[in-house]
Design a binder for this molecule. Structure first.
Ligand code: BDP
Length: 703
């Protein structure tokens, strides 16, 4: 198996009793009407059930004499009207659905019902999931609707086919061939819809203006046509300087009448071709991108310019809060720039805020902007592609990290103001809110480069629908859908995924040490390999101590951006959660942790334990031989091999580096004397980016 099907992998149900029950209940499919989305739902069910049940299933308009699966809306189906009381559907909104077993006139009906065809589509995927994961349907009574209206997939794909922070090949959007359509676009749309994702931004946040030019709009329209069949709206990242670059104007000043006119005409042109166009995503005045600040205007002025142009058509602007100019202010800049603008944005603009204040590191606190904007629509941006979390070399299942952020209580509007409630519009009365995920898809056959990385894509989409889902439930579901229901496979893969973030953190940067990766110099090692000498401005370690002092008392004042009691918790060296210790405090290497270890000893211990764990991970995976198909077994095995080498490199480089600074020996191991004794010059000379792999091999044995 090549992994192309991802979790939409429909294999025949093996267990005869399960199979018989599913066949009896779902072997006949009834759809009485509805539009395009309902047709897609029926097509997916027909194909999926045919494969799962091993018997031909196709949609019919009339009910058979026995049991049947019925899908539809009250408007399109009298059967649905008879089987589901209208009142049961009223609270579902435009995207929700029910899946219910109904016994009527002595017959068993399995019903997927919704107000809208879109709800039916999402319900259809849910039903397939139930079969794929072998859930009983006999007493099914499932009611679902999404937590937030914006559930978006962001692609950082470029026109030339390269992908910024993409590790799974090149872009599968072939702009040179579009508007010619390829099969993969349909599969892509199916994959998004299966998770409930309803929007896709198809180009990089660092974009040229070309995507807004007339030739491109034709291509976009063709793609939008495919996505539309699966309820996915197309969005485009807009370059703020487009009126200059494309329109030939002398300015992009939001207060300039010609500029306003240009954006209005552009919106009209796009909506003329793509009537359900979602809108724009914008990265402005960050990392050299053009923006309203270039003209002495504010972010709100800039966002509102575009928002007003889109408003007549129902489009929105997602304006990024990632404003990174100077490293020294990186942690606070988003907060300081946007809080004063609260309430100044149009109601069809929404601020897109990264989960943490820095940049998708392995460990960061939740961004202090969450909850701080009672009058500005907000959404969260998560990074599915593993930019700083191991690319496709390291297994790092990010759902537990995202859950920590989503469950974090900001206290900004009193206890219970969790991030997930903020971005679900339940803390402040937002009109647009939700989730964006920077995707890890490329043109690799298996989409994500590494088979197991697709669990992150799945996890992101499912959480954007329901942030209350647990990481445990999500890995279980993904594994069953991707590899089948063999209990040993489910147990092993689930455990591997669930422990992987912690392991990665242990051997790369425990205690919130932060940004230690190689600079993004365009090479494949950018943001992958360790390079602590080049990132001292981020981890602030020296011979006296380690960690970044962000306290109000003695540091940069970052902790003051949080509400009580978080602020006090973070400010206090004693109370601060240890996983964030070095993100928030600068301490001597001999500072004692709760477990009695010194910081430096803990760092040595975790680097060694984490790297050793990767060996165990590969062994556990290998024990699935005979239970996972040979190709995927071998490919994942190979990844773990690469991860072992890389984890050792992290362990050795970082252990040597911290020893070089602290000059404190590892109490438990003898490697340091043997390897990096008086090597300050090598370690601190700054001549090489990546320290020599600290020959710690002496180390490996018996530790
Ligand atoms: C950083 C990436 C960079 C992105 C930037 C952003 O390294 O490629 O352009 O974030 O999010 O993570 O704008």
């Amino acid at each position: 198996e090549d992994g192309y099907e991802l979790w939409l992998r429909y294999r025949r149900v093996e267990d005869p009793s399960h199979l018989a029950r599913y066949r009896a209940a779902l072997g006949r499919l009834v759809r009485q009407g509805g539009g395009v989305l309902q047709r897609s739902a029926a097509d997916e069910l027909a194909a999926g059930l045919t494969a799962l049940l091993g018997t031909g299933v196709s949609a019919q308009r009339t009910a058979p004499s026995g049991a049947a699966l019925v899908i539809g809306t009250p408007d399109s189906s009298d059967l649905i009207r008879t089987l589901v009381p209208a009142a049961d559907l009223t609270s579902l909104g435009d995207e929700g659905y029910v899946i219910r077993r109904v016994v009527k006139r002595g017959r068993n009906w399995t019903v997927v019902a919704a107000h809208t065809d879109r709800g039916v589509l999402y319900g259809a995927f849910h039903l397939l999931r139930l079969v794929q994961t072998r859930q009983p349907l006999e007493r099914a009574d499932i009611v679902e609707s999404p937590a937030a209206p914006l559930r978006v997939a962001d692609h950082w794909d470029n026109e030339d086919g390269s992908i910024e922070r993409g590790y799974a090949g090149r872009s599968f959007f072939h702009w040179d061939r579009l508007p010619h359509l390829e099969e993969r676009y349909t599969d892509y749309a199916r994959v998004l819809a299966s998770l409930g994702i309803n929007g896709a931004v198809i180009n990089n946040v660092n974009t040229s203006a070309d995507y807004l030019g007339a030739p491109f709009v034709e291509k976009l329209a063709a793609l939008a046509g495919v996505l539309r069949r699966y309820g996915v709206a197309l969005y485009v990242t807009a370059n703020f300087a487009a009126p200059i670059d494309l329109g030939g104007l002398g300015t992009a000043d939001p207060f300039d009448a010609d500029v306003r006119d240009w954006w209005e005409k552009k919106a009209a042109e796009i909506y003329g071709k793509i009537e359900d166009f979602g809108g724009f995503l914008v990265k402005a005045n960050s990392e050299g991108r053009p923006g309203p600040l270039d003209y002495g205007r504010t972010h709100a002025d800039g966002a509102n310019l575009l928002a007003r142009a889109l408003k007549p058509y129902g489009g929105i602007v997602m304006w990024r809060a990632f404003v990174h100019d100077t490293d020294a202010k990186w942690d606070r800049q988003g907060y300081l720039d946007f809080v004063p603008l609260d309430g100044k944005f149009e109601d069809n603009a929404v601020l897109q805020i990264k989960n943490g204040p820095i940049d998708f590191q392995v460990r960061e606190p939740a961004h202090p902007l969450f909850g701080s904007l009672p009058h500005t629509n907000s959404m969260i941006e998560l990074q599915v592609t593993q930019e700083y979390t191991g690319h496709t070399t390291h297994l790092c299942y990010l759902v537990p990290q995202w859950k920590e952020c989503l469950d974090f209580d900001t206290h900004k509007a009193g206890a219970g103001s969790t991030v997930k409630r903020v971005v679900s519009g339940r803390v402040h009365p937002y009109t647009h809110y939700g989730f964006a995920g920077v995707m890890n898809f490329g043109d690799a056959t298996n989409w994500t480069g590494s088979h197991l990385a697709a669990a992150n894509t799945h996890g992101y989409g499912r959480l954007s629908w329901n942030p209350d889902l647990s990481a445990e439930d999500l890995v279980d579901e993904w594994t069953r859908m991707t590899f089948g229901n063999d209990p040993k496979v489910v147990k092993t893969v689930s455990a591997l995924l669930l422990g992987s973030w912690h392991t990665y953190e242990e051997y790369t940067s425990p205690l919130g040490t932060g940004y230690l990766t190689h600079p993004p110099d365009g090479s494949v090692t950018g943001h992958l390999d360790p390079s602590p000498t080049t990132t001292t401005q981020f981890h602030k370690s020296d011979t006296q101590g380690i960690g970044y002092d962000r306290t109000a008392a003695t540091g940069d004042g970052y902790t003051a951006l949080y509400a009580s009691p978080v602020r006090e918790l973070y400010e206090s060296l004693d109370d601060c959660p240890e996983e964030l210790l070095l993100f928030l405090h600068h301490v001597p290497y001999t500072h004692r942790l709760d477990n009695g270890s010194t910081v430096i000893q803990h760092i040595y211990d975790t680097h060694f334990a984490g790297a050793a764990r990767v060996r165990g991970m590969r062994a556990e995976w290998d024990a699935l031989r005979g239970r996972v198909d040979r190709r995927r077994l071998a490919e994942v095995h190979e990844r773990f091999g690469d991860q072992m080498v890389a984890a050792d490199q992290w362990r050795d480089t970082l252990s040597a580096y911290w020893f070089g600074l602290s000059r404190i020996r590892d109490e438990r191991r003898s490697w340091i004397q043997a390897t990096v004794a008086p090597a300050d010059t090598v370690l601190l000379g700054g001549r090489t980016n990546t320290l020599p792999v600290a020959v710690a091999n002496a180390t490996g044995a018996g530790l």
